[in-house]
Design a binder for this molecule. Structure first.
Ligand SMILES: NC(=O)C1=CN([C@@H]2O[C@H](COP(=O)(O)OP(=O)(O)OC[C@H]3O[C@@H](n4cnc5c(N)ncnc54)[C@H](OP(=O)(O)O)[C@@H]3O)[C@@H](O)[C@H]2O)C=CC1
Ligand SMILES: CC(C)(CO)C(=O)C(=O)O
Length: 312
């Protein structure tokens, strides 16, 4: 399958690499010139479960995309705040048969994708794979993960199942979800707890998990997500979701990972996706008249930290 990874940072590189190893024709697209040039010159360098490998994948700067050959599938892996611009820039790659799979963290990205892609070609999902960008052109990939996805439009279930199969055959452990909105909220609870808390507390997920207030804080934040989700027809099973969040603390699986928000702000001095995670819940709280004090406070703390660190 001809696949374009739009947003080839840490996660885009992981998916690009694994889909390439799985025999697909993969092209990366990204906006960071140093990273694009490094991959053009030296290939994508990955420490993949402890082994150093190099994959020679084609990569294009998103501002240079012109009317190229169309692609079968676009996997979106930008940061949330970069999504709209990426879709504008890759418009020449999209035609009426191009499927677009959005796997970003956060809630509600389909509203942006729908501005550029017919709804029957949009697939949404989430993943608990992890990845870290060590330097331009170099990523560190360890641990296991999975992907869930579903069609946005009625009648596209077979196409969604086929996409899950393509990802599965490349080792990405993907499956079709019968209720992706539930899964997206469930994953947002992971990001709404561990991402902001690890960033503020300057620790990885294992480090967060061993603190005495971790459990109570996770429960309170998940309660707030569940309270707004209910107004959107999603009834989260709170204790199951809390248990799911807490599996991230396990040092033998992904506990040693520093969440992407930590990597953005603390490691790379970049702005975070907080407005698309806890900030999104705060906005929904206002809309539905539900109090969300922990989400409000965490959003404010992260923005304050961005200000103090002069993140860009
Ligand atoms: N990392 C992870 O483990 C996980 C991440 N996710 C989600 O996947 C999506 C993609 O995240 P992720 O792959 O981590 O994103 P990255 O930060 O690795 O890359 C995203 C983009 O940010 C820019 N960028 C990143 N680092 C730098 C830098 N040091 N200097 C300049 N520009 C930089 C690049 O684009 P540009 O130049 O155009 O700004 C890059 O394509 C997000 O929604 C994230 O929440 C989901 C699961 C796990
Ligand atoms: C917390 C984690 C690793 C879960 O996959 C994630 O989504 C992130 O780092 O943003």
């Amino acid at each position: 399958m001809k696949i374009t990874i739009a947003g080839a940072g840490a996660m885009g590189s992981r998916f690009g690499l694994m889909l390439h190893q799985g025999g697909n024709d993969v092209t990366l697209v990204d906006g960071w010139a140093d990273h694009v040039n490094a991959i053009k010159e030296n290939g994508l360098q990955a420490n993949f479960n402890g082994e150093d490998i190099v994959a020679h994948l084609p990569i294009e700067l998103q501002s240079n995309i012109s009317s190229q050959e169309k692609t079968d599938l676009i996997v979106l892996f930008t940061k949330a705040m970069q999504l709209d611009k990426m879709l504008q820039d890759i418009k020449p790659l999209i035609d009426k048969r191009t499927k677009v799979l959005c796997l970003l963290n956060g809630i509600g990205h389909e509203d942006i994708v729908e501005k550029y892609v017919p709804v029957e070609n949009i697939f949404i999902g989430n993943t608990i794979w992890t990845a870290g960008l060590e330097a331009p052109g170099r990523v560190k990939l360890f641990g296991d993960g999975s992907v869930e996805l579903q069609n946005l439009a009625m009648g596209q279930e077979a196409a969604a199942r086929e996409l899950a199969k393509v990802l599965f055959e490349s080792g990405l452990n993907a499956k079709y979800s019968e209720n992706i909105r539930y899964s997206i909220y469930r994953k947002a609870c992971v990001n709404g707890t561990v991402n902001g808390l690890c960033t503020i507390l300057d620790t990885n997920m294992y480090g967060l998990g061993i603190t005495q207030f971790a459990h109570d804080t996770v429960v309170t934040i998940v309660d707030e997500f569940a309270a707004v989700a209910k107004y959107e027809g999603v009834n989260l099973d709170i204790s199951e979701v809390v248990e799911h969040v807490e599996t991230c603390f396990n040092p033998d699986t992904i506990g040693m990972h520093y969440p992407s928000m930590y990597q953005d702000l603390i490691k790379n001095n970049r702005l975070t996706e907080i407005d698309y995670i806890n900030g999104a819940v705060s906005r929904k709280g206002v809309k539905y008249h539900v109090a969300t004090p922990y989400c409000d406070f965490l959003t404010q703390l992260i923005h304050s930290k961005e200000e103090i660190l002069k993140a860009k």
